[in-house]
Write a protein that binds this ligand. Sequence first.
Ligand code: GDD
Ligand code: MG
Length: 363
Amino acid sequence: MKALILAGGFGTRLRPLSCTRPKILFPILNKPLIEWIMEKLSESNINEVIFAVNRQTALHLKQAKLKFPKNEIKITYSYDPPKKPLGTGGPIKRAEKILGKEDFLIVNGDIFTDINYSEIIQMHKEKGAVATIALYRAEDPSRYGVAELSEDGKIRRFIEKPPPGSAPSNIVNAGIYVLSPEIFSYIPKGRKVSLEREIFPILVREEKLYGYLFKGLWTDIGKTEDYFMLHRILLETFHGKVECLVKGEGRVAQPSLCGEGSVIGKGSTIGPYTVLGRKVKVGRDVQIKNSITFDGVSIADSSIINGAIIGENVAIGKGVQINEDCVIGDHASIGNGVTLAKGVIICPAKEVLESVTASKCVF
Ligand code: GDD
Ligand code: MG
């Protein structure tokens, strides 16, 4: 079976980290999201994956040294036209020839999940549906597509991002679908199409849309809060199962994960709930907790980081304090003695030499 991964969005809610990498390459426990997705797909006998992307994302994907599963999956790229994003439906129509005449899988490229793909594929075949959507119970359905499900698995209503308080249920679209080739006749060619707003409502009317409700792990990493929360859950899940490959005299408070080649200086404490990327250099008497640092970060002596995300190759000086909900873009540098108040966002490559006392974005 073939799978198409939708990965051409711009990840605006993950800025500034998404200015320099597509969502699909965000590290989850130090492994790019796409590697997790590909592993799961290969377990379900998917033998070809089509990346539906823009040129920029394709470039990032090709440059990243990705490790894909051993049993070979053929990879094909299908591009949105330059400067004309096709939405969530357009890319499927565009890949019609590649997808062929059999049922196929669609996966949103910003979802981390342990769903059993084989089960949804089986349900799709049993029901003879045109589309079967994976559904998940969410706390705040208004951020997602919401479905009203009948007992036989048919979707009676589908509303994309209903206003808060008006959702007919808390059962949301998990961004994973099995589609039959008939779907191509529903999607107009050559323009942006929203599968959720334009196509699903038609399928509901024709009673051809089914839902597969599942439990387990599911997160759309598209917002910083969710990216954080996912790490908390995974650190607990994987606690004791992954090696903490760290050198130096510092201490690691679990659950935490340190990437290969990282060094923690004397008197420093990393964790709990912290991920250090690869080759992260932590000086002496540093404290980092509830935080995620990407690869190649350096943090000088006596700095304190709590509840922040630090992008790739960021350099943090001595005695710096970085507070909750701060996000530092790749290659930025934070000068000695600087304090960043809660919620400060620093753009990539920015040099910050003075404290920032209120939540704001520093360009
Ligand atoms: N190729 C391409 N072109 N891909 C796109 C485009 C585009 O123009 N626009 C979005 N995508 C990709 C994104 O990269 C992402 O992987 C996926 O399509 C969904 O887009 P998001 O922008 O992340 O949508 P969302 O999270 O607000 O909502 C969608 O996902 C929810 C589940 O996380 C909808 O499908 C909701 O109904 C659903 O509940
Ligand atoms: Mg999303």
